[in-house]
Design a protein around this ligand. Structure first.
Ligand code: SAM
Length: 274
């Protein structure tokens, strides 16, 4: 898949993309990333890409022309049907669904802003999508571009070692991932759940599904609301909820006992003082 990034700091991405899974995907040619620096599309001696904001106020705004021309150069180098995405905190939330959509595009171009962002006329007229990677403000779109490239590239066949890995991850089936464990079986007095060493693959599968359902219910109930559940899943989740309620009651009982013990010690202590 071809990806292009319009950025004032191409070296930030180049270096980050040499590591791990993504580095290998680039080496193998599963992903190709090209860089288009708006400074290469300036006409003045200072290679100016920003200017003061109309209406006053602090900060600088990135100019339309260098970004427009860099984006047009990127479009010309990309396969037809490629889409251009501006990365900004005020964009649509980038999530696994958008990552899957982007995987099926012929290619895409990510535009990274800096300073106060890019002149609105560029955002309105030159790009096809606007994506935010979360409700916080970054200093530049390069980190957001890396997040998007990583999330999309790992969905491409040939990026991950095992074809299974991406299939079983969080969000793939509208659920969070189940917990993972590795050797040793016991560490600091904490044991791996017994079922995982049982060799009973059906039981392991049920346990994992139950953990995924339970975790999603606890941490991201909004995901469950959007997802239809089978009768088996509903039963597994109910069992998880009952076990969680029992654990909560036990925790409260232990806390109460500790509190009572503390109180009676205090009373004993005050009795000796008197
Ligand atoms: N004035 C902008 C605002 O309040 O939304 C902030 C601009 S920010 C300092 C500079 C650049 O970082 C933006 O142009 C955008 O490309 C990138 N950026 C910041 N937060 C982002 C986010 N949550 N998702 C994607 N890109 C972001």
């Amino acid at each position: 898949m071809r990806i292009a990034v319009v950025t004032l700091f191409p070296s930030m991405l180049r270096e980050a993309l040499t590591h791990g899974v993504l580095g290998r995907a680039l080496e193998r040619g599963v992903v190709e990333v090209g860089y288009f620096d708006p400074r290469d599309h300036t006409v003045d001696a200072h290679r100016t890409v920003d200017d003061r904001p109309y209406g006053g106020g602090p900060g600088m705004v990135l100019k339309v022309e260098p970004f427009r021309d860099a984006l047009r150069a990127a479009r010309a180098a990309m396969p037809p049907g490629s889409r251009a995405v501006y990365l900004g905190a005020d964009g649509d939330r980038f999530d696994q669904r958008r990552a899957r959509e982007a995987r099926d595009w012929p290619g895409f171009i990510l535009v990274a802003g800096r300073y106060e962002g890019i002149d609105e006329r560029f955002v309105e007229h030159e790009v096809d999508e606007q994506w935010s990677i979360g409700d916080y403000v970054l200093s530049g779109g390069e980190l957001a571009a890396l997040v998007v490239i990583d999330a999309v590239a790992r969905l491409l066949p040939g990026t991950l070692g095992s074809a299974e890995s991406a299939v079983q991850e969080s969000f793939t089936d509208g659920l969070l991932d189940w917990p993972h464990y590795t050797r040793p079986a016991s560490v600091d007095g904490r044991d791996v759940p017994e079922v995982l060493s049982s060799g009973d693959h059906a039981a392991i599968g049920r346990w994992r599904l139950q953990q995924s359902l339970g975790r999603t219910w606890q941490r991201r109930p909004d995901l469950l609301e959007r997802r239809a559940m089978s009768a088996e899943e509903r039963a597994l989740l109910e069992e998880f909820k009952r076990a969680a309620a029992v654990r909560r009651m036990e925790d409260n009982r232990v806390t109460d006992e500790r509190y009572d013990e503390g109180e009676s010690n205090e009373q004993d202590h005050s009795a000796t003082e008197r």
